[in-house]
Design a protein around this ligand. Sequence first.
Ligand SMILES: [Zn+2]
Length: 297
Amino acid sequence: MDCWKTTAALFTTFCLIFSGCKPPAFDGEKAYAETEALVQIRPRDAGTGGARRAAVHLEGRLKALGFKTVIDTFSEETSTGKMFFNNVLGRLPGKTDRLIVLCSHFDTKSGIAEDFQGANDSGSSSGVLLELVRVLSEHTSLETGFLIAFFDGEECRVKYGPRDGLHGSRRLAKQIAEAGGAAAVEAVILLDMVGDRNLNISVPRNSSRVLVKELFSAAHELGVRPQFGLYGHEILDDHVPFLMLGMPAIDVIDFEYGSVPGLNDYWHTTNDTLDKLSIESMQTVGDVVLRMVENLQ
Ligand SMILES: [Zn+2]
């Protein structure tokens, strides 16, 4: 009898431990709260005090989640003179050398307004990324390592070109390639504008086919495939410098952000505010990207 009791107790303990070992889940409310906190710092145009404060804030959040972090400060000659930028990087080592880069930009478009929120562009993707970071830090069954990157200087000041826009991503892609690490990069997953209440992810054509397939499979598995589609054109975004240096990359972006379908009137305007976002959209994107990352193990 005693033996039975002991066995039953052991079984219960095993079940409790086992249920406690369930992979941690993405929480859309936490992603929204992270977005809200970042958006309090505004505007976040590259080269301004706001951008610097945002970088320090993001590094603090990564540190609090147990990541090894660095703020990579660098200067570049731009179309409007020499400017300083701050990439915020975090590392989560894996069991293998394979690496997944998860990234978002955190700067806002310059010259919109003194109080420009940039809630969706670039708040939402940074909030979702921070929540993904929390989940990954609690995950016990991941083989790949993760490099988390919050890019500065994504937005161009005048017109995209070698000296205007994509400063942070160009810098990191070059650093990885020059260190001989490009071949170990399994995927670069860029998040951009992922919080719109009316979520329609529109992956640009210049994304790696193998990763598009992975994203759509993950969306299918979670029953949200209709919200994930292909965009009819290419988009110049932070995933491009990685593609150009031979790393597989995908841009998870909803490039329709407006008051009616087909109109982008919230994008790069004072209408890009927190009330246009939803927890549900962030939950959907977070769940799908997490599933995609788990499937890539
Ligand atoms: Zn933008």
